[in-house]
Design a protein around this ligand. Sequence first.
Ligand code: AHR
Length: 546
Amino acid sequence: MLLRTEYSGQRDTKKGAKKINRKTMKKLLLVFFTILFSASFTINAQKENTGAINQLVIVANHTGPVISKDIYGHFSEHLGACIYGGIWVGTDSKIPNTFGIRNDVLFALREIKIPNLRWPGGCFADTYHWKDGIGPQEKRASIINTHWGGVTEDNSFGTHEFMKLSELLGCDAYINGNVGSGTVQEMAEWVEYMTSDSESPMTKLRKENGRDEPWKVKFFAIGNENWGCGGNMTPEFYGDVMRQFSTYLKDFSGNHLYRVACGASDFDYQWTETLMKEPKNRGMFQGLSLHYYSVPGGWGSKGSATNFTENDWFETFRLNYQMDAIIKGHTAIMDRYDPGNTKGLVIDEWGNWFQVEPGTNPGFLYQQNTLRDAITAAIHLNIFNHHADRVKVANLAQVVNVLQSVILTKEDKMVLTPTYHVFRMFRVHQEAQLLNIDLRCEDYVVGERAIPAISASASVDKEGKIHISLANLNPNKEITLTCPVIGESYKSVTGEVLTANEMASFNSFEKPDAVKPSVFNGFKMKEGVLTVTMPPKSVVVLELIK
Ligand code: AHR
């Protein structure tokens, strides 16, 4: 028996359905019959040609929610060479830098329009005492990074340096506070130090340290993984502690904190249920986090990032698709207690987690990044787009040199990973409106298991351009997809494709351009029907202009 992991690629229309009036119903019926007509036409044509049915119906004039740009966020932890060496080299470094921050990394992250950056952890956050990281750098206390490798850090990268980094990137700051080993007072004072312009001991200290104006801080997390490394708490206990901390996180001087309560891992619906069901809890946060990593082979062994079989390739995507089911599960609970959709799901850690590169420190989580990771990124970003009504923030783990990074560095060299290229290609979805699509596609089958061979999403931007992002998961077969575009007509189509010779192709410091996007011509548009032929194992983004 073939076991198929279900993923429809369609938005849950349950909430929208309640609001439909007669006029909209008429419109929808019209759309439905048009789809039916063009679907049967194209399906028949395609069956004759290929024997398979791959169809993506795009309803161009039926828009869904705005896709928050923050779904395209990143995460920087004091872990391995993410901060020290990867982002921060210090002002005395020979590596070109701005206020100690690597220029190459800055430019690369600006290019993908990084919307927000999370810092300082992860597990590190619940060990971090922010006052160790302010004042003259040479006077700062060193600390041992007890979570990650036991290395000593000199704290030369602290609050001022992170806020400078956010400013230079033009992105919002996402600060993760310390609940596990910190105090309420310490957290409250951090927010005051960063965001207040009143006179107070904290703002005086900030000014003495060279910053007169307060900064804006958009996102603030009340602890990280407090069910684990952040204090091993029960959800009931965390709920009490979270309320206590949150009470003292004030909005100063026109800054509005989006408070993120620690949420669940994976399928732990009990954690979400416990936090959401208590009205007193719900009043104390705007977002609830969720962490999910795809770990082919399981936590015990973990697969290799570069040395893998087709079975591992398949298994990685099967695990990636689970993100959809996990979001649906947590969303269903949130919908019950928050039908007005006022609380966002904040997926502030996601990605593939493999073994570290041979010969590297196991505590540094340094892994290579292949075409497989690029397709993983496309699958996730398409899923997040589809859940734009509830998923408001997401952060890939992590930005530089750790886990599924977008950038790898080695001394003065920098490499953009295949995952980076997907973020650049998909940036067009940021703040665009999700489009209703209907995807029917063949399976990608390995042994007795099957997953949908195509991942897709589409949006329309403020200028009326449509962007369709697609991934063909099958490494052995090109797939032709028929896309009737209903409701509007489009004159010009352009595209980009990311693929490579091997499933495990990656960019090294010696060959930094082994995997990079190129112009895509594998499509034709005729009488409102776009036909796209995707190469095996590829990511494609198309732009349609009226
Ligand atoms: O991203 C690496 C670690 O994974 C983070 O520090 C932690 O929050 C998660 O378990």
